[in-house]
Design a protein around this ligand. Structure first.
Ligand SMILES: Nc1ncnc2c1ncn2[C@@H]1O[C@H](COP(=O)(O)OP(=O)(O)OP(=O)(O)O)[C@@H](O)[C@H]1O
Ligand SMILES: [Mg+2]
Length: 246
């Protein structure tokens, strides 16, 4: 079982989009996938047209696991929305607060991949996700300060690793919002390669409005526009992940 946290300290870099579309593509290829929404925004359930549930918020409090089947081979644990924030506050004073997820999932078997969609803040939920996962994917949008953002995220992850005594491996740094029409995307991507070498996925996720539209229509890109650039890019990313990048 390969457990991946999709995480950055910066908002709006395509984390949720990556968790959803990578997860669905792996499921379409025949792998059993579980996506855990670790963000109180609850965008994962929305993207798959699922009703909000107590999901992770309940799991942290009671240890009860509420998994729904969203597609063939694809299962979800919803975040629980605002309740997740309340649960985080409740467990803050408990001694096992950083390992709750790992404890509950200790006996969880049967998935080939578990993907945690993390919020852009460093909170107790992300600490739990990092404790549970073995790998991290860091999506980074092609802005001028992208490399600095990655360094900041890596430093935060390292800080948490030291604190919890569990290390995660960077599976890959993923270029998102890549825009071929602007030279800045190429420059930023080259800088990432220069700084982080083969940790950077070869696949670049291009700007593609159909990715946005797919989410508005509660579908993945493979359902909404399977012949789009977005579908091709996420397919190529999935191949890199399945081939063991990182
Ligand atoms: N390649 C893309 N092309 C066009 N739009 C995209 C692309 N990737 C993501 N988006 C859109 O950009 C917005 C932000 O993406 P997303 O929600 O995946 O980011 P996030 O990193 O999860 O954000 P947050 O930090 O708030 O959790 C969404 O509306 C999404 O549909
Ligand atoms: Mg998100």
């Amino acid at each position: 079982m390969i457990r991946i946290a999709v995480m950055t300290s910066k908002g709006g870099t395509g984390k949720t989009t990556t968790a959803i579309n990578l997860g669905h593509c792996l499921a379409l290829s025949g792998k059993k996938v579980l996506i855990i929404d670790c963000d109180s925004q609850g965008n994962v359930a929305m993207a798959f047209n699922q009703q909000p549930r107590r999901g992770l918020s309940e799991l942290l409090l009671t240890g009860e696991v509420d998994i729904v089947k969203a597609r063939t081979n694809l299962y979800l644990i919803d975040s629980g929305g605002k309740r997740l924030v309340e649960s985080e506050m409740v467990i803050t004073s408990q001694s096992d607060r950083e390992v709750r997820m790992s404890q509950v999932f200790r006996n969880l078997v049967g998935s080939d991949y578990v993907i945690c969609d993390c919020p852009p803040t460093i909170n107790l939920i992300n600490v739990n996700a990092l404790n549970y996962c073995d790998y991290v994917i860091i999506p980074v949008s092609m802005d001028y300060f992208a490399a600095e953002g990655v360094k900041k995220t890596l430093a935060l992850i390292e800080e948490i690793e030291e604190k919890i005594g569990h290390s995660v491996k960077v599976m890959g740094i993923l270029a998102t919002f890549f825009d071929k029409r602007t030279r800045i995307s190429d420059r930023v991507y080259d800088k990432l390669i220069h700084e982080f070498g083969d940790k950077v996925f070869v696949t670049k996720i291009r700007v593609n409005t159909q990715i946005k539209e797919a989410q508005e229509n509660h579908k993945t890109i493979f359902e909404y526009a399977p012949y789009s650039h977005g579908a091709l890019d996420y397919f190529l990313l999935t191949k890199e992940v399945a081939n063991g990048h990182g």
